[in-house]
Design a protein around this ligand. Structure first.
Ligand SMILES: Cc1cc2nc3c(=O)[nH]c(=O)nc-3n(C[C@H](O)[C@H](O)[C@H](O)COP(=O)(O)OP(=O)(O)OC[C@H]3O[C@@H](n4cnc5c(N)ncnc54)[C@H](O)[C@@H]3O)c2cc1C
Length: 270
């Protein structure tokens, strides 16, 4: 369906799922003049990418553009009411809108292996070699469940595919996982989230300026994760620190400063 054509002249949309793709779609609708009510099951927006404080900041920037948010609640049911759509939320609130967009995550289609001996859970279960439980059968990408997760990202799918291909051809390769890294621009708001932002017992470095909000999560003196909102200037350096497991002891107070030369940190350059 041509969503743009259908949305033309409409006033209000519901967006079920406040994830990365959903917010992009919602933003496109606000630009067509619609108010967009986001219903998100998680307690805050983008829970895999930002913490509660970061999400509140993002919401603050999106509300003036025409977004409205219901977090921590799901859509219990949805029905057509004439030309409109009526959504009943788990919180008992009722929304009546002109159109609804569902962007509530991916789930692999497993019908290809249904009725076979291949073990599945959310996806096809694979080990570090992308090997399923059957000899000579490998899986990779969005259909594969590795260590309890479905990556759902192009770079991870590509890396898994490479490992599966090498092993299927008789080699020996292992998928090491990836430092998750997401950069997006919603409504002109730049956001970058990398690594583990829920690192237990992490030391958290924070910078809160009007146009730039950033957090670094350190564990055992190494950068485990980062979130930046407003601009994403540190993303290359932070990713490098994470990938290389560089010890940043003694540099904590400078890591979030503008113009800091990361080359000063031993192990960063090599
Ligand atoms: C709208 C959208 C935006 C995205 N944006 C990003 C992004 O910005 N960054 C990012 O990293 N990732 C993004 N992704 C995710 C990324 O596209 C996927 O992680 C990646 O494409 C997965 O690769 P894949 O090969 O596993 O699956 P796919 O790319 O889906 O390829 C699977 C192929 O298998 C075919 N197929 C399925 N069943 C059968 C069958 N029975 N027989 C033969 N062929 C079959 C399908 O037709 C398809 O061509 C996005 C995804 C979507 C939907």
């Amino acid at each position: 369906m041509n969503i743009r054509g259908y949305a033309n002249g409409k006033k209000m949309a519901a967006l079920v799922g406040g994830g990365l793709l959903g917010l992009e779609a919602g933003y496109a609708l606000t630009r067509l003049g619609l108010r967009v009510v986001v219903v998100e099951a998680a307690p805050w927006l983008l829970p895999r990418q930002v913490d509660e404080e970061g999400s509140a900041l993002l919401q603050e920037k999106l509300i003036p553009l025409g977004f409205e948010f219901y977090t921590g609640t799901t859509v219990a049911n949805m029905e057509a009411r004439g030309e409109r759509v009526c959504l009943r939320l788990g919180s008992q609130a009722v929304l009546e809108v002109d159109l609804a967009i569902l962007s509530a995550g991916i789930s692999p289609r497993l019908d290809l292996v249904t009725g076979t001996e291949i073990l599945v859970n959310k996806g096809i279960l694979v080990d570090d070699r992308m090997h399923t439980n059957l000899p000579d059968v490998y899986a990779a990408g969005d259909v594969a469940e590795w260590r309890g997760t479905i990556a759902g990202l192009w770079s991870a799918s590509q890396a898994m595919g490479r490992v599966a291909g090498i092993n299927a051809a008789g080699g020996d390769a292992r998928y090491p996982g990836q430092v998750p890294s997401t950069t997006l621009k919603v409504a002109g708001v730049e956001l970058c989230s990398q690594g583990d932002i829920r690192a237990p017992q992490a030391q958290v470095l924070i910078r809160r300026d009007s146009g730039y909000w950033a957090k670094l999560f350190l564990r055992e003196n190494k950068v485990a994760g980062s979130i930046q909102i407003g601009r994403t200037t540190g993303s290359v350096a932070f990713k490098r620190l994470m990938d290389r497991g560089v010890d940043v002891s003694g540099f904590e107070s400078q890591l979030l400063q503008d113009g800091f030369d990361f080359n000063q940190i031993p192990g960063y350059k090599e």
